[in-house]
Design a protein around this ligand. Structure first.
Ligand code: TRP
Ligand code: ZN
Length: 882
């Protein structure tokens, strides 16, 4: 029986802690099989609450000793918790000493203290610290930490923990020690230690006030040459937070450590960030432009948590978006500011919105839908979601839109003046932003605005227009609604900032503004117009809503050609494509899809446009994702969606053949490799062109472009070009793909992150006659496959189940059988990773038959298994709930 089953936690049940832990002294004797942990805490009763027993969280610990003020004491173990009833009376602090052991080498969950490649790492967020020692493992208990590490010196020469190193020395038997003191109080989830054979890149930086800080990036010995970009990103992060928000680095020493076994992207432990290698290591030979960009934003994200998350933390885990939504918003702004000019900023914005709409909108419409501030959970690990992160960031962005950029910076300043050092709620954050801007709409509308925190679901804004030629008045009526979500049937109106513009018949903008929609329905009117305009609504994606407007093709073509708002310009192209995809999908099965000339010509003119950026062109010419198209349908046949999108891509390939060839030749050479947005955009467009050229060659059996792609694959001087060429061959299904894949594997057999790409490309390739599942099953047997490594599991299993709908949703349900086997297999190893995979079938109710029944049976099979983790059980139970 697993510990702590069946306990749903409710936000409304929050109680302050009955005890405070002011200081912790930890002594670790590190050993993979049996690590000893001595924990001496200074504890006192919370004077605001009646006397009650102290119940400390613990999980998979072996308890050896408990002392209170140096004396033995009685205790009980209740459901994993250590319960102490006979504690000193009164409010004086007392010392509580607990001695436990744990087994890091057996820790496959990667929560708490674990071993990866012979080194020790910790992961404590959200509830991992209780797997290291007994504690009040909740974020509102903040303590000062002193940590002593002891370990074999040869095997673990580097010993790290949070804060500053205050001492080190030798011990007997080849062991050594180091002691660390964190100058800042912190919740237990920010504790970290690392011990192993690591090397580091160092950099000293000066803050504006003239203080010196040491930045370090720790990796395994062979990886030092791949740390330059991460270090540059870190230096840029330090400078940006000081420049944009006046937030300086508050530590003498800031460390980043990379590990290849990690459940998520990275973790913001105070002064000792631990990262998935995927978000640290990069060289032009092994990492793509996307990898470089992701490293920049994840390094920024974790660094920015140092203020938003660490200096001010969450009162309880329901407030998770307090730190995550805000910090995603900050990392998005950081990447935009580094990108520089307006069109590169817009490209980043479009990419962020694409994530929101392809991942968060489906979450909001499915069984796991939850508000940005949830009301309940069974397993908190399941709530590190795109809703908490990405929708949470959109909520913060709307606040900035309502108070302005300077007003938002003022608000953040007030937030720190009020709450530095505290554990607070989302209410306190919103209040600070509003109070710093007393004249703003946010201040006026705050209670209603906060529905963004409490109501789940994606609001729909339906717009209708009225043109009064006699008076030259254009009216836009905006009506909002929000579909019910599990446990929330009725939704009250949101505060929706709608940025808008109007284009005249010549394409020039004749008016623009920001309308703050608060009622169920409102009308805005613009007078004095000479002719009926084309509306550009929800510019910059000013709110996370679905905008419905009955655009004609002519209007969309006008927006695509002329809108001054780059987001809506891109959006017009997406709408043109989605409309065509939906018409084809809804048409009779087999009805040939024919892309019309106006659409093709519009795409051609964007591709050939003399002044638009390559990066922007690449976004416009990329068809909407299958998952995005699927969300527009009530009943989904994923294979039909896939077939229609493939057919559209083939027609774009053939119809624009000469244009693609031009685009490839014009953009393929970028000089010396630099991962900046301009040259990355050129490589992206060249890559898209090459894929289309290879797709077109499939029809004509013309060997020229596949041959060029193969040559490019062999000669490329960077991973972006090499991988794009390989992908062009794999996606077009050309016979050269096989030998290119073999070569690629041989070239990079010692580069785990590149092997991940190799697995993921094959698992995510377009299905041809059901060939992908057998290939995936075969790759599971490959000597380089290891399901225990989360990156590798994601690269093969998730790439197939979550990122390849056309191959996964087989009518024979074999994809679902594979999914259920892997969920069960992974659940015994790593429940967090298993639960993420479990979510691949979130949207099963939308599926057409026979997939719908096949999926339901597979979920039921998983749900019927005894001894599931809370993680997986919560996901499958919610999926099956009516
Ligand atoms: N707080 C981390 C971030 O967003 C992510 C995180 C939460 C995490 N839980 C985790 C990372 C568990 C690894 C494992 O930056
Ligand atoms: Zn975060």
């Amino acid at each position: 029986m697993r510990e702590g089953q069946n306990a749903v936690i409710y936000r409304a049940d929050y109680q302050p802690p009955p005890y405070w832990i002011d200081a912790v002294e930890l002594v670790f004797d590190l050993d993979p099989a049996k690590t000893r942990v001595l924990n001496r805490m200074k504890v006192r009763r919370n004077p605001d609450l009646p006397a009650q027993p102290l119940k400390l969280d613990g999980e998979e610990l072996n308890l050896a000793r408990v002392l209170v003020n140096g004396q033995g004491t009685s205790f009980k173990l209740e459901g994993g918790r250590l319960v102490l009833e006979n504690l000193p009376e009164g409010h004086e602090p007392f010392e509580l000493e607990i001695f436990t052991t744990c087994a890091p080498a057996k820790n496959t969950q990667l929560m708490g203290l674990y071993v990866s490649n012979g080194s020790f790492f910790t992961q404590c967020e959200a509830e991992g610290f209780r797997r290291i020692t007994y504690f009040l493992d909740r974020p509102d208990v903040m303590a000062s930490y002193t940590v002593t590490l002891r370990a074999d010196k040869r095997l673990y020469p580097v010993l790290l923990s949070n804060g500053n190193r205050v001492g080190a020395g030798e011990l007997d038997d080849g062991r050594h020690w180091a002691r660390w003191v964190d100058p800042h109080r912190k919740p237990s989830y920010l504790f970290a230690l690392v011990a192993g054979q690591l090397v580091c890149r160092e950099q000293k930086v000066l803050s504006r006030g003239g203080k010196e800080h040491l930045l370090q990036v720790y990796v395994r010995a062979g990886d030092l040459d791949k740390t330059e970009h991460a270090m540059h990103s870190l230096m840029a992060s330090v400078a940006w937070d000081e420049a944009r928000f006046g937030l300086p680095l508050d530590l003498e020493r800031f460390m980043v450590v990379a590990t290849s076994d990690f459940n998520m992207g990275a973790m913001e432990n105070k002064g000792l960030n631990i990262f998935n290698t995927k978000y640290v290591l990069a060289s032009q030979a092994t990492a793509t432009d996307t990898d470089f960009a992701n490293i920049e934003s994840v390094v920024g994200h974790e660094y920015f948590h140092n203020w938003t998350g660490n200096r001010i933390t969450c009162r309880d885990w329901f407030q998770l978006s307090l730190k995550e939504g805000l910090t995603v918003f900050r990392d998005q702004e950081f990447s935009q500011d580094l990108a520089g000019e307006a069109s590169a900023r817009a490209v980043k914005r479009i990419e962020d919105v694409r994530v929101l709409r392809t991942a968060q909108f489906p979450e909001d419409a499915g069984p796991m839908a939850h508000p940005v501030r949830p009301d309940q959970y069974l397993e908190i690990n399941n709530f590190y979601t795109v809703t908490i992160y990405e929708k949470g960031a959109e909520v913060v962005r709307m606040m900035q839109t309502l108070v302005g950029r300077d007003g938002f910076a003022r608000g953040l300043k007030l937030y720190f003046e009020r709450h530095d050092g505290q554990a607070v709620t989302c209410d306190e954050f919103a209040q600070a932003i509003a109070d710093a801007n007393p004249q703003s709409k946010l201040h006026e509308l705050l209670p209603q605005f906060k529905r963004w925190y409490s109501q789940a679901g994606t609001p729909r804004v339906k717009a209708t227009s009225q043109w009064d030629a006699a008076t030259g008045t254009y009216r836009l009526t905006l009506s909002q609604s929000c579909p019910p979500t599990p446990g929330q049937a009725d939704k009250a109106p949101f505060v929706i900032p709608v940025a808008w513009g109007l284009l005249g018949p010549d394409g020039r903008e004749v008016a623009h503004g920001l309308h703050v929609l608060t009622q169920a329905s409102e009308t805005l009117a613009v007078e004095g117009l000479a002719a009926e305009p084309v509306p550009s609504i929800l510019r910059g994606f000013s709110a996370p809503v679905i905008l419905e407007f009955d655009y004609s093709d002519e209007q969309l073509l006008a927006l695509l050609a002329h809108d001054t708002d780059p987001f809506n310009r891109w959006e017009a192209g997406q709408r043109l494509a989605v409309n065509r995809a939906l018409a084809a999908i809804r048409g009779e099965a087999g009805a040939a899809l024919h892309l019309d000339a106006p659409f093709i010509e519009a795409m051609r003119s964007i591709l050939r446009h003399p002044t638009l950026d390559a990066a922007f062109k690449e976004l416009v010419l990329t068809l909407p994702a299958e998952t995005y198209i699927a969300e527009q349908l009530d009943v989904v046949d994923p294979q039909r969606v896939h077939a229609v999108r493939e057919s559209m891509r083939e027609q774009l390939a053939a119809a624009l053949l000469h244009d693609w060839a031009w685009a490839y030749e014009a953009h393929k050479d970028c000089g010396a490799y630099r991962p900046d947005p301009v040259s990355a955009g050129r490589r992206a467009l060249a890559g898209l062109a090459l894929t289309h050229l290879c797709i077109a060659a499939r029809r004509t059996h013309d060997p020229v472009w596949p041959g060029k792609a193969y040559q490019r694959f062999k000669d490329a001087s960077n991973m972006t070009d090499r991988f794009n060429a390989l992908a062009a061959l794999v996606i077009s299904g050309h016979e050269l793909a096989r030998s290119a894949l073999e070569r690629f594997h041989a070239m990079f057999k010692d580069e785990p992150l590149v092997l991940d790409k190799w697995f993921s490309l094959q698992a995510g390739a377009p299905d041809r006659g059901g060939n992908i599942l057998p290939a995936v099953r075969q790759l599971m047997q490959h000597p380089d496959f290891n399901i225990r490594n989360p990156n590798r599991a994601r690269s093969l299993v998730f790439s197939y189940c979550s990122a390849n709908p056309g191959a996964f949703h087989r009518p024979d349900a074999a994809g679902y059988v594979f999914w259920s086997e892997r969920v069960i297999e992974l659940d015994a190893i790593n429940p967090q990773v298993a639960a993420r995979l479990a979510r691949a079938l979130d949207r099963w109710r939308k599926l057409a038959e026979p997939q719908r029944s096949g999926a339901r049976e597979a979920i039921a099979r998983v749900a019927a298994k005894a001894d599931l983790s809370n993680d997986v059980r919560e996901v499958v139970t919610r999926a099956l709930a009516e």
